[in-house]
Design a protein around this ligand. Structure first.
Ligand code: HEM
Length: 459
């Protein structure tokens, strides 16, 4: 009998981290930043401003724009306003760079949001006849080798997306390298899944309270091909995202000794009261580790440092949605069904109207000043009470929102909190002398444009 996928398991996978009690998943947009007044008759796409296709392609391919896509959001916002259209390779996309309009799009995304019309990741799956995972789902080697393959997939995604197919057939190297990198990732994931499944099969039925993910998946009879697809895509989604964010947060803390000292004080105080241990896996049992994780998640400055890092360096600088089955209104425009919308998160999270001194690392901007009369605002789905309100709740959305939001968010935050706590409790972090400013670059994800060099001095 072919293994089947039980719907409850799938539903559980797709429902994201539940909002904290009392927090609506999509909070009301504060009046100060509500959408601009509507014109009586919405305008069509033909009237929307934007660069000519030739100018955009020239910028992308000849002036290194693919690596500067995040900056092009900011320039596009300054030149064309909050909405503009551009052709990315064969695909026309509408850019949205205003939090209120981002909110308008996300509120119309429908129950089964999609992120792409077509994408080279999906083309690889259909070419190889392997199923994808959550990342490519349409709602309707060794570790070093894996890291290299993740890097290659990320480096080649935008190129394979932007180049027209006939050109890729003429110059097949990027496409071949891209497929090879995915094949390596699939092979790595398959090896691990097969080994684990064999262990599970050898062990017999699940024990009471046995909640290991592999065992649960085996119980639920998810097709093994689907497990391969999902594990492979989790490898991609979970490696560079957390690594880049950790690198950026240490980089900013090293350059901002005041912020680092304040965070160290917060961590040391938590350690002194026994809420936080050093997390050494050799000496920490799982209950203590869980208690430490929970205690770290309640430290306001630690959370603020991660939020501020993701505001300055949103790992996914632009997210996307495909307009569902009917035309939707965005600002003054009516955008036809099946149009690709690019949500310009980098531009909105560096917008000085929502984040004064937008290029400066100021974790304290995320701390609630209980004495002031801040508007109660919060990142959608986030813990209430640690975020001030002068900004827009959709201005910084590093994990996305809604049914397609990041499934690994809590895991990512946990890893970042644990790693920062362990590093800062033991070391002072300083920039390497002579190490200059490191700027971000787009490599599908937003990554450091140069190596980040730091010194770790034992405390
Ligand atoms: C700092 C770390 C991370 C950031 C900033 C991040 C951000 C994001 C964003 C913006 C999305 C798209 C959300 C949307 O379309 O609304 C996403 C999707 C996703 N992320 Fe993450 N992510 C991170 C870490 C992780 C980790 C550690 C994992 C898993 C181990 C993961 C797994 C996924 C998956 C599977 C999806 C696709 C979900 C779907 O389409 O249903 N992410 N992430």
């Amino acid at each position: 009998m072919p293994p089947s996928l039980r719907l409850p398991a799938r539903a559980a996978l797709l429902s994201r981290s539940p909002p904290e009690p009392g927090v609506p998943r999509v909070p009301p947009v504060p009046p100060a930043a509500s959408p601009p007044p509507r014109t009586p008759r919405p305008r069509g796409l033909a009237e929307m401003p934007g660069p000519s296709s030739a100018a955009f392609i020239f910028e992308l391919l000849c002036r290194g724009g693919v690596r500067r896509l995040h900056e092009m959001q900011v320039h596009g916002r300054a030149r064309f306003g909050p909405l503009w259209k551009a052709r990315f390779g064969p695909v026309l996309t509408v850019h949205v760079a205003e939090p209120a309009l981002v909110a308008q799009v996300l509120r119309q995304e429908g129950p089964e949001p999609r992120r792409a019309l077509s994408c080279p990741w999906k083309e690889h799956r259909s070419l190889r006849g392997v199923p994808g995972g959550l990342l490519t789902l349409d709602a309707a080697a060794g570790t070093e080798g894996v890291i290299r393959s993740v890097g290659a997939v990320l480096a080649l995604t935008l190129v394979t997306m932007a180049l027209p197919r006939p050109l890729l057939r003429l110059v097949p190297a990027p496409w071949d390298a891209f497929c090879h990198a995915w094949d390596q990732l699939f092979a790595f994931a398959k090896g691990h899944v097969d080994r684990r499944m064999a262990e599970v099969a050898a062990r017999g039925p699940l024990a009471e309270g046995d909640t290991c993910v592999t065992d649960l998946l085996a119980q639920e009879r998810v097709p093994v091909s689907s497990i391969y697809g999902n594990i492979t895509e989790l490898l991609l989604a979970g490696v560079d995202t957390v690594a880049s964010t950790l690198a950026w947060s240490l980089y900013e803390l090293a350059r901002n000794p005041g912020a680092q000292a304040a965070l160290h004080r917060e961590l040391a105080a938590a350690a002194a009261t026994g809420g936080v241990t050093n997390g050494d896996s050799a000496t920490t049992d799982s209950a203590t580790a869980a208690a430490t994780a929970a205690a770290l998640g309640r430290l306001p400055l630690l959370r603020a440092v991660v939020k501020e890092t993701l505001r300055l360096y949103p790992v996914i600088p632009a997210n996307a949605r495909v307009v569902p089955s009917c035309d939707i209104r965005i600002g003054d425009y009516l955008v036809p069904r099946q149009t690709l919308i690019t949500l310009c998160h980098y531009a909105t999270s560096r917008d000085s109207r929502f984040f004064p001194a937008p290029d400066t690392f100021l974790p304290e901007r995320w701390l609630r000043h209980r004495d002031s009369d801040d508007t109660p605002g919060d990142t959608p789905g986030d813990t209430p009470g640690d975020t001030p309100g002068p900004r827009h709740p959709f201005a910084s959305l590093p994990f996305g929102l809604g049914p397609r939001s990041c499934v690994g968010r809590r895991l990512a935050e946990l890893q970042l909190h644990m790693a920062l706590a362990q590093i800062l409790l033991r070391f002072e972090v300083w920039p390497e002398p002579g190490g200059g400013r490191v700027r971000p670059m787009t490599r599908t994800l937003l990554a450091p444009g140069a190596p980040i060099s730091l010194r770790f001095l034992e405390r």
